[in-house]
Write a new protein. Sequence first.
Length: 182
Amino acid sequence: MRVVIGYESMYGNTHRIADAIARGFDPGDDVTVTPIAGVHLAEPMPDVVIIGVPTHAHGLPRPSTRRAALDASTTRYEHHDVDESAAVDSGLREWLTTLPVSLPVLAATFDTRFRPPAWLVGHPARHVRRALAGHGARLLVRPESFFVDKHEQLRSGEIERATAWGRQLRTQAARTTATAPR
């Protein structure tokens, strides 16, 4: 199974979750984890595409919220390591505009966010899910959220939960592929 896990990450949380999801797949699977700029959906098309995004201002990151995150990475009160893939001008929002008309893949989406209800803090993985489905991707599961604390660090147990979710995605993808009409 060929799997591409693309992510946008400012402080590394979404990147760490993407890596953990990849560990949930079988060793024999061809799994690539890459910043969203490295996801090129062309032939040969992967079997599964998993896309991850941080929550910024209740939704998808945009240049102004990326700049604000970078500006806030070091304050008088806190310091956040900036992910090596962090970019201001281009991210997941911009990548969605480059999707091919037809996207014959299995897909799943996730986000990183604070724990309060999604209606209060945002759940951008739903937006990404709709965009992928609008281009023909077959969705494996509902969008998943992984949680950060008030210091914008992953909460305890989220890495393990992401690996378990990766195993679930692997099982669901194999099942969906086996039952797909030929």
